[in-house]
Ligand binder design. Structure first.
Ligand SMILES: [Zn+2]
Ligand SMILES: [Zn+2]
Length: 318
């Protein structure tokens, strides 16, 4: 197929390189990527958050080029990022995202989606409903991370949920939780992002004005100071959900968590199928979250843009 382009991460450097078409392992589906999203995790990987050499990218939509069973060929698909063994104790319990042999596309031990082609095991591949646009499809991965909260925390009718942080993850998580029926408020400190949140139909508050207390607080701040703010805003007996992975170390007094009986829940990747179903039922009006779209061959520039302080979602069209 001649020479193909991809965005490689190599010793913390990102560069456009020529690559060969991936040879799918038995059972893998070969996908022609059409659009991909740059996520904070990609920026952290290039900043040395974890050692990774290979093609970056884990948020994508594409068309199936070949499927060993045939039936997915030609279908528009997205893919969940954690590739699992199916045999370890976690996999046998159905907790495949904690597989002991886990790899993750574009993050850990496996090439990712900032390329023309991507090979992915069949169970990771999900068909996109016809009514959804590519922008909604490419955002399924971060939206699913918001959906994960509903799996982990029983949010009762009437409960209040404060989403702390008005960046990409906060806005997308808030949108998912409000679509599932939660009473959500986005608590942030950037006027233009809070007004974007309001244009998406979300309630907002400035962090300096908001006193809560909320039944559930999601920390989507991406900062070590977020947890302390979350402790201040959650009600006694309430739940804090930590969504951000931060490279820094926490220094926090844990006694309020004991005395006020606050639950802290770590939360990572979420389920694709219910997220796609939610997107099909509700128009989440997500276009405002996308700040720019770059062609793949300007990928290095796209990364520079994504690193700008306060940048929203940057997409690559491939
Ligand atoms: Zn991501
Ligand atoms: Zn496993």
């Amino acid at each position: 197929m001649g020479c193909l382009k991809a965005l490689l991460c190599d010793g913390g450097q990102i560069r456009l390189a020529d690559v060969a078409t991936p040879v799918p392992s038995p059972g893998d589906v070969l996908i022609r990527v059409t659009m991909a999203g740059i996520c904070n995790t990609d920026l952290e990987v290039t900043a040395g958050y974890r050692p990774f050499t290979g093609i970056l990218g884990h948020e994508f939509v594409g068309m199936v080029e070949s499927d060993p069973l045939g039936e997915l060929t030609g279908k528009r698909v997205v893919g969940s990022i954690n590739v699992y063994c199916g045999e370890c104790p976690y996999c046998r319990r159905g907790e495949t995202s904690h597989c002991l042999e886990r790899t993750a596309i574009g993050i850990n031990g496996r090439d990712g989606a900032f390329a023309e082609f991507l090979a992915l095991p069949r169970p990771n591949v999900h068909v996109v409903p016809a009514g959804l646009g590519d922008i909604e499809a490419v955002l399924v991965e971060p939206l699913a991370a918001g959906m994960r909260v509903v799996e982990q925390v029983h949010i009762q009718p009437g409960h209040s949920v404060a989403v702390l942080g008005d960046g990409k993850l906060g806005l997308l998580s808030a949108r998912v939780l409000s679509a599932t029926g939660s009473n959500v408020v986005v608590v942030g400190k950037h006027g233009h992002k809070l007004s974007l949140a309001r244009s998406m139909g979300l309630r907002t508050a400035a962090v300096d004005d908001f006193t809560g207390p909320a039944d559930v607080v999601l920390d989507c701040t991406g900062s070590v100071s977020g947890l302390e703010t979350a402790v201040r805003l959650v009600r006694s007996g309430g739940t804090i959900v930590l969504k951000t992975t931060v490279a820094g170390k926490y220094k926090i007094d844990l006694s309020p968590i004991v005395v006020r009986e606050i639950r802290i829940v770590g939360s990572r990747c979420g389920p694709f199928a219910p997220t796609l179903a939610l997107l099909e039922r509700h128009n989440l009006d997500l276009a405002g979250v996308v700040e720019a779209v770059y062609p793949l061959d300007r990928g290095v520039e796209a990364f520079e843009h994504a690193r700008r302080k306060g940048a929203l979602k940057i997409l690559l069209s491939i």
